[in-house]
Design a protein around this ligand. Structure first.
Ligand SMILES: Cc1cc2nc3c(=O)[nH]c(=O)nc-3n(C[C@H](O)[C@H](O)[C@H](O)COP(=O)(O)OP(=O)(O)OC[C@H]3O[C@@H](n4cnc5c(N)ncnc54)[C@H](O)[C@@H]3O)c2cc1C
Length: 255
């Protein structure tokens, strides 16, 4: 059985800072694996641990060597890095097209992705891949097992869980309730050094310039304006406080 896991490297949500002049994310912001993708990776490793015929491949588009190394150290057998400047400003459709081209060549029984990323956050790459590759997709997956070659997935819905069975090939999009991603062990980190990472460009994937061209343009990022400091009335009696509040509101034409 072949399992492919999609992992995106994103700016660390706990450390991200915006450049106030440009609105862009400041250079030097630490990069980490997208959280949901680590849950997808952990689910794949757990499936692999229950069978002895699983090949597990980690795939990323963008500058993601640290993240791919982490996946190899966690237990992936090999990695594929799609690195190409022409895809860097792509929208989620360009991303899905590039990943679909690779996945057509790779083939898979199960494709595990995160539900969404913490940067782009469209939550559309999994469903777009399902449309491009014509395979079923199950979103919001919080539990997964394999029974005789059929994947039984529980997906979170508003009032509970929906249980779905899918036959391979299929795409599942993971939420964090699915499991607790493991930390790579020292043995895993050492073993990862001997595992291969293949690099692909847009041309390797047969993507034309038009297919690598984003149609959605990304506007400037901005930070919410901070609210003005409040006014605290201290040591005043109730009547005076009311008078002051009324005056304050009248002054601003709020009453
Ligand atoms: C600095 C910056 C600039 C950007 N500029 C533009 C722009 O100009 N125009 C525009 O439309 N968009 C832009 N984007 C958005 C970017 O193209 C999307 O982040 C990307 O296409 C993937 O979409 P998403 O993050 O919404 O993925 P989602 O659909 O939220 O991701 C779902 C899952 O798909 C998988 N996945 C997603 N992306 C990848 C990946 N690269 N590699 C491997 N797996 C992946 C992961 O498993 C992920 O959990 C920009 C993003 C950033 C951070």
């Amino acid at each position: 059985m072949k399992i492919v896991v999609l992992v995106k490297q994103v700016p660390d949500p706990n450390a991200v800072r915006f450049d106030p002049r440009t609105g862009d994310i400041q250079s030097g912001t630490p990069q980490v694996a997208n959280e949901y993708d680590l849950h997808a990776m952990e689910a794949a490793i757990q499936l692999k641990e229950r069978r002895d015929d699983v090949e597990l491949v980690a795939v990323s588009l963008g500058q993601a060597r640290e993240t791919l190394n982490r996946c190899l150290a966690m237990g992936a057998d090999r990695a594929v890095a799609i690195e190409d400047a022409t895809l860097a400003a792509g929208d989620s459709t360009v991303t899905a097209r590039a990943l679909a081209a690779l996945l057509r060549a790779e083939g898979f029984d199960l494709l595990l992705a995160g539900q969404e990323t913490s940067d782009g956050g469209t939550g559309t790459v999994g469903p777009q891949l399902a449309a491009l590759l014509d395979v079923p997709v199950v979103s919001n997956v919080v539990a997964l097992e394999e029974r005789d070659g059929v994947f039984v997935a529980q997906r979170e819905i508003e009032d509970g869980r929906q249980v779905l069975e899918v036959t391979p090939p299929a795409i599942l999009c993971a939420l964090s309730g699915l499991n607790e991603p493991r930390y790579p062990s020292l043995k895993g980190i050492m073993a990862a050094r001997r595992k291969p990472t293949e690099t692909k460009t847009a041309a390797d994937l047969g993507l034309s310039a038009a297919e690598a061209q984003a149609r959605v343009t990304w506007g400037p990022l901005f930070q919410e304006e901070e609210t003005a400091e409040g006014i605290i009335l201290r040591d005043v009696d109730a009547d005076s406080a009311v008078d002051q509040l009324v005056a304050f509101l009248q002054e601003r034409k709020l009453i």
